[in-house]
Design a protein around this ligand. Structure first.
Ligand code: 3PY
Length: 249
């Protein structure tokens, strides 16, 4: 089942990855996550590591999404060249920025992504050309709206064809309203509610991030389609704290 089919049927659940060891990514697959977001915006990974993570995701049976370093042609094209199932683009605030992301992620006629068919995504040139160029345009494009400016332009952003998921970044949003880190502040939750209503009205799938089980439950109940819960290294450290510190005798 593709990731899109999964979130059309039920909430898809995954986490961010900020490790350089592909074993974590593979293990996330065995643990039953629907997706893993390999983070090039805030994580330490190089393109070489991204390629190994994408291979490990396939082996473990988890869909791989790359959060691009930034909203530019090279970051988005290179992320997709790795063969990942999709790309997530941070910090989209304007219609022009949203169109730029779509254009960088899609080949003609939907966009102007840089063409090279000798990349991992095209089995290093062995995939049938027409298959590659048509299937590449089906890769997921996830846009992050995480600032007040993006919220103000949301109706027009959501009308742009080619956006599979509108992803709210609660932490950046909290900074944008002057309360960095306070993701449960009413200013943030009200904006999130507004974004959720607009995305649903535009029939665009909705995603977000959370780092508490209460919010995970709340977002599932609110009908979010794609939820990233926390970060692999944080899940590991929280589990270690629970096992080794809380139970110390
Ligand atoms: C945010 O919360 O701002 C994000 O980008 C999720 O990591």
């Amino acid at each position: 089942m593709s990731l899109k089919e999964t979130f059309q049927a039920r909430t898809a659940l995954g986490c961010f990855s900020k490790t350089t060891d592909s074993a974590f990514v593979e293990a996330c697959g065995y643990a039953g996550l629907d997706f893993i977001i390999i983070d090039m915006e805030h994580g330490p990974v190089s393109y070489e590591t991204v390629h190994n993570h994408v291979r490990a995701a396939k082996l473990g049976g988890v869909h791989s999404i790359i959060r691009a370093k930034s909203n530019d042609e090279h970051s988005i094209g290179s992320a997709l060249d790795s063969g990942a199932d999709g790309v997530q683009v941070p910090n989209v605030n304007t219609v022009a920025q949203a169109k730029q992301a779509v254009s960088a992620a899609k080949f003609h006629p939907k966009g102007s992504r840089g063409v090279c068919r000798f990349v991992r995504a095209a089995n290093f040139g062995t995939q049938d050309k027409s298959d590659y160029f048509s299937s590449a345009n089906e890769k997921l494009l996830i846009l992050q709206v995480e600032g007040v400016e993006g919220v103000n332009n949301l109706e027009e952003i959501l009308a742009i064809p080619g956006i599979d998921v509108l992803f709210i970044g609660p932490y950046d949003l909290s900074q944008s309203v002057g309360k960095p880190g306070e993701v449960d502040a009413p200013e943030v939750t009200e904006l999130m509610q507004k974004i959720a209503e607009q995305a649903k009205a535009a029939d665009v799938a909705l995603g977000t991030f959370c780092d508490s089980l209460e919010n995970l439950k709340k977002f599932k109940q609110q009908g979010f389609d794609y939820i990233a819960y926390s970060v692999d290294v944080n899940i590991f450290t929280e589990a270690c704290k629970f096992i080794f510190t809380s139970n110390r005798c």
